[in-house]
Write a protein of this length. Structure first.
Length: 265
């Protein structure tokens, strides 16, 4: 990742930070940054994408969008201490309406706590009022395609997680599961949202398959940087993205790998 990925003569710009892009990049999560940059560029918005690695000098206030992807337990352990060091700054950023997308392992570490498959407990930074736990190596993982209902539309993606996330009372979910497992395979909830911070288990990467979610994040970031009305986005030709969305939707709703998988049947 580097600065100056996309540019334009338009005077609007957004700075995108990707936390630990080499360690937390399960199932192509780094593609979320590419999708954001390309959708910005298509509208004449200059998008600079910067990777933030362990030990790097970085403050969330340098960024308009913060992305973090997923990784296995060992990768989460590698980044945990560095993320905790940044926790206060990230919480201040979110409280100031900073925009975040946290996927899978990143979602877990943005909660209060994650207990790994071996019982080792990793403290999170507490953006989401949630806890996560892996039930153990002998319990099946939550694997498959997901459809979730979000603000009158659908979100689609692929999930593969051993951890189960549970939202505490009062914590808003991101979406409702229509097919797949979601946060824990039991309560029908997917992800979480606090102000402009979005957490999800959806890989794939999630934003190329869900251009409406990508545009929501861009709009929120523009409004935070430039003020009310700045988030009004012109429509793009999303034919390819919508075909990918429709194919994922069909695959998920045809599957039976989850007890919720036939809700639309």
């Amino acid at each position: 990742m580097g600065r100056g990925l996309m540019s334009s003569s338009n005077d609007r710009r957004l700075d995108v930070a990707v936390l630990y892009p080499d360690l937390l990049n399960l199932y192509g999560d780094r593609g979320n940054a590419r999708a954001m940059a390309r959708r910005c560029a298509a509208r004449g918005i200059e998008a600079t994408v910067t990777g933030v690695d362990i030990g790097d000098q970085w403050s969330p206030e340098q960024s308009d969008l913060v992305l973090i992807g997923g990784g296995q337990d060992r990768e989460q352990r590698r980044v945990q201490a560095d993320l905790l060091r940044r926790g206060n700054a990230i919480r201040d950023y979110v409280n100031d309406d900073g925009v975040v997308l946290a996927v899978c392992g990143g979602f877990q570490l943005f909660g209060h706590q994650y207990r790994g498959w071996d019982g080792d407990v990793m403290d999170g930074i507490g953006i989401f009022d949630a806890v996560a736990a892996h039930p153990g190596p002998n319990v099946s993982r939550c694997v498959g395609n997901v459809v979730a209902l979000w603000e009158g539309e659908t979100l689609v993606g692929f999930e593969n997680h051993g951890g189960r996330t549970y939202l505490n009372d009062g914590q808003q979910a991101l979406a409702d599961v229509a097919s797949g497992f979601g946060n824990n395979g039991g309560d029908g909830l997917e992800g979480a949202r606090v102000k402009n911070a979005f957490g999800t288990y959806l890989h794939g990467a999630v934003l190329p398959k869900n251009p409406h979610l990508a545009d929501r994040l861009i709009a929120l970031a523009l409004e935070r940087r430039y003020g009310p009305g700045a988030g009004e986005l012109e429509a793009l030709d999303d034919g390819a993205a919508l075909r990918a969305h429709a194919e994922a939707l069909h695959t998920a709703l045809s599957a039976t790998e989850s007890p919720l998988g036939r809700r639309f049947a």
